[in-house]
Design a protein around this ligand. Structure first.
Ligand code: SF4
Length: 344
């Protein structure tokens, strides 16, 4: 195997839920001593769905319609079959592009720390490529915004002819034309979040204990034999999870890899594989953080879920959940909350 190999977890499925957090009760309970009824704190959506972290795509999907994102999580079986086909084809195209630059190997995992070790090894294996001015694909990124841990995968990072570090996001489309402004806005937000997280990583803001405390991982946990073997093949001698975290921190901060200079999104038509167009995205940190704060407030239980505003009701026409959507029903009946604050 070459250092560019990417490892895949062949153990248990790895999702942002990992192991369940202790379930919190939201019911009213009887205080036996005093005979009084006490109200327990309501679960936040993060707790309700047993999530210790979110994916960048959770937030970008949320920016399209938050209610739709929630239905997608709770009722995935109601998704229109054509949407599922489109998503699966998109995944295959991404995998094919990944295989152009490195092989994918299966590594057996025996613990949650092992599963995270794979992500970290995949990141560690591309740092030398970037340092040498090469191009990398499917780069894992992790970071914290508003005290919520976020993960994502950058499609491609390359240096341009002028030496700028360029992020390229590939979006495949079922229709042979460029997306609407609303769809572009969702994609812009996604790549801006990637830049924010990646830049923080190379600036040394992702300290080892940030990962273990947010995701509740054990630094002293010994790594499984297959993980240690894979680490050795890609040039790292590690025994426990903390070794890898330390290596990641040092490699990122001492690597001299710059922050991302340029954000590009390439839209292509899935069926004909033709490029439809490229968008260059302007990064405005304040706006990105403001938006993220708004979307994360839902996850932290600071506000109720919201659907689309009346001026974006056209989104409901192609929504798989339009028949059952409570938000849409309330809007039709005119019983919307008095103050709906929607981030533009
Ligand atoms: Fe959102 Fe409209 Fe779909 Fe409801 S019907 S989930 S408001 S897009």
């Amino acid at each position: 195997e070459e250092p560019g190999d990417h490892a895949l977890d062949s153990g248990k499925p790895n999702s942002s839920s990992d192991l369940p957090l202790e379930s919190l009760k939201t019911v009213l309970t009887e205080d036996s001593a005093a005979g009084k009824v006490k109200r327990k704190r309501a679960q936040t959506p993060l707790e309700k769905y047993y999530l210790k972290y979110l994916c960048v795509t959770d937030l970008s999907t949320q920016s399209w319609c938050e209610q739709q994102m929630v239905y997608g999580r709770e009722l995935p079986q109601l998704q229109a079959p054509e949407t599922v086909v489109l998503l699966n084809t998109g995944k295959s195209i991404h995998l094919a592009r990944e295989l152009e630059v490195h092989d994918v190997v299966r590594v057996h995992t025996t613990s949650r720390e092992d599963s995270w070790a794979i992500k970290i090894l995949n990141l560690l294996s591309v740092i030398p490529v970037l340092q040498a001015g090469g191009c990398v694909r499917e780069l894992p990124v992790f970071g914290v915004i508003e005290d919520v841990f976020l993960t994502g995968i950058i499609d491609e990072l390359c240096y341009s002819a002028t030496g700028e570090l360029e992020l390229r996001e590939l979006k495949t489309r079922g229709q042979p034309f460029m997306p609407s402004g609303a769809q572009k806005k969702r994609d812009y937000f996604q790549v801006c979040l990637y830049k924010y997280i990646f830049d923080a990583m190379v600036q040394g803001k992702l300290k080892p204990d940030v990962i273990t405390s947010h995701i509740q991982l054990r630094p002293e946990q010994p790594l499984g034999s297959q993980i240690r073997e894979h680490a050795q093949k890609v040039g790292f001698m590690v025994t426990c999870f903390a070794d890898l975290l330390e290596l990641m921190y040092l490699n990122l901060t001492l690597s001299d890899i710059p922050g991302i200079d340029c954000l590009k999104i390439e839209y292509s038509h899935q069926e004909s594989n033709t490029l439809l167009g490229t968008e260059v995205v302007r990064f405005e940190e304040e706006t990105v953080l403001e938006k993220a704060q708004y979307y994360l407030a839902y996850w932290k239980g600071q506000r109720e879920v919201q659907g689309v505003e009346i001026e974006e009701a056209w989104k409901c026409q192609s929504c798989s959940y339009s028949e059952i959507c409570d938000w849409r029903k309330k809007r039709a009946e005119g019983i919307m909350p008095l103050t709906v604050v929607k981030h533009s």
